[in-house]
Design a protein around this ligand. Structure first.
Ligand code: AMP
Length: 398
């Protein structure tokens, strides 16, 4: 059963065509710089040449049309007819309190996704555009929405309510929602498989460390707390986002620098985090390289990143009581042995014993990187959000 998985951003569409039966990715790629000069369409498929086409791609409609044309292309394509696509799974960032699971997209669901735009103005409008584009281009093919927030919808109220007037929650839905849910879900299930245990009996801490970073406390398979909040800005230090900070800082800086709300948003979302502290790059590879070259600011950025993560792990140990597995995923979690080492350093006393050799040799693959006698198993597990979306889509349309 072939499922097209789409992740529509402001100027990009990422896609994968997945056979949901055997979990095989038949093709993957994306369109970048939509609506800008030098838009680029790329695709990789097993046994085929890498495809890279540049040109003008005005909007999401045209981007998705181009993707479909490439998928059925005589030489580079992987299917003969668009009709072979039996379902489309959309990654949707914010589902508010409406969605605690994936759903078939109908008019009512589409209206709710639109309602959630006010919670995620940077993301949901583009997810919405992707859905309406598919409705037009591939009419009749069932679509499913998979929400980044859904997995965290079972958090207890004391974990999601902020210490501000309760009326703001009632009036505007201001509460913690959490994101990266599909990734936290996937790696927790993979860890369960590796441990060959009943998910109901496991406590886990999952660290998704990519350009965006979040951590989740998972009790019996359910997310009971996570670091991202009302928006994906809260929590851990990220590539360009600040993560946690004293809210008074924003008011001070806005007043002193005479910033508008939009400028303050940009400062916190695009010029903070690793790039803000290091002054040079949001990319962990660059940070590590500069640190090796002696840059004190890069070292500080890395130290803040790991210390913040360690503090969150400590707080989730307290929330869970016992931790059976600590899992690293995302570009940084999967690849940076330095970040993993610095984060877990000193936690032996809490039952987390990192095998330094295994840690050093693990890059981008499934691996248990703790000692055999470590009370908490430590795993590196590459995430696969697209596969979860394809499986959920296939399940619902069946
Ligand atoms: P993602 O958003 O999951 O693609 O992750 C992107 C982040 O992963 C960037 O900060 C990259 O620098 C980081 N990353 C990817 N490969 C490595 C690596 N080999 N070592 C350190 N960080 C890496």
């Amino acid at each position: 059963m072939k499922i097209l998985v789409l992740n529509c951003g402001s100027s990009s569409v990422k896609f994968q065509l997945i056979d949901a039966k055997n979990h095989e990715a038949l093709a993957r790629g994306g369109v970048s710089k939509i609506g800008m000069p030098g838009a680029l369409l790329t695709m990789d498929a097993p046994g085929k040449d890498h495809v890279k086409i540049s040109g003008e791609i005005l909007d999401h409609n045209i981007a998705i049309e181009n993707i479909l044309n490439l998928l059925v292309h005589e030489e580079f394509g992987v299917i003969k007819d668009k009709k072979e696509i039996e379902g489309i799974g959309h990654r949707i960032v914010h589902g508010g309190e409406y969605f605690s699971d994936s759903v078939i997209i109908n008019d009512e669901v589409l209206k709710k996704i639109q309602d959630c735009i006010e919670y995620a103005p940077l993301h949901n409008p583009h997810n919405y555009k992707g859905i309406t584009a598919c409705k037009r281009i591939l009419p009749g093919i069932p679509m499913v929405g998979v929400f980044d927030t859904a997995f965290h919808q079972q958090m207890p109220d004391y974990a999601y309510i902020y210490g501000i007037p309760y009326i703001l929650y009632k009036r505007y839905g201001i509460r913690r929602y959490g994101f990266h849910g599909t990734s936290h879900y996937y790696v927790s299930r993979k860890a369960r498989d590796l441990m060959d245990a009943d998910i109901e009996k496991l406590n886990m801490i999952t660290c998704h460390l990519g350009n965006g970073c979040s951590i989740a406390a998972i009790n019996g398979g359910k997310s009971i707390d996570t670091s991202m909040g009302f928006t994906p800005l809260e929590g851990l230090l990220m590539g360009t986002r600040s993560g946690d900070l004293d809210p008074a800082i924003i008011l001070q800086v806005m007043a002193r620098e005479e910033l508008t709300t939009a400028e303050a948003q940009t400062m916190l979302n695009k010029h903070s985090g690793l790039v803000g502290i290091s002054g040079t790059s949001s990319d962990m590879r660059d940070i590590e390289e500069r640190m090796e070259d002696g840059s004190k600011q890069a070292e500080l950025a890395l130290n803040v990143f790991c210390y913040r993560l360690k503090k969150y792990i400590g707080s989730y140990m307290a929330a869970l009581g016992r931790v059976d597995a600590l899992i690293f995923t995302g570009g940084i979690g999967e690849n940076s042995d330095i970040v993993r080492r610095k984060t877990v350093e000193g936690l032996d006393g809490f039952g987390m014993k990192l095998d330094l050799k295994k840690n050093k040799n693990t890059r981008g693959e499934i691996s248990e990187i703790s000692y055999k006698d470590s009370q908490t198993k430590i795993f590196v597990i590459p995430t696969n959000e697209e596969l979860v979306i394809a499986i959920d889509t296939a399940k619902l349309i069946n």
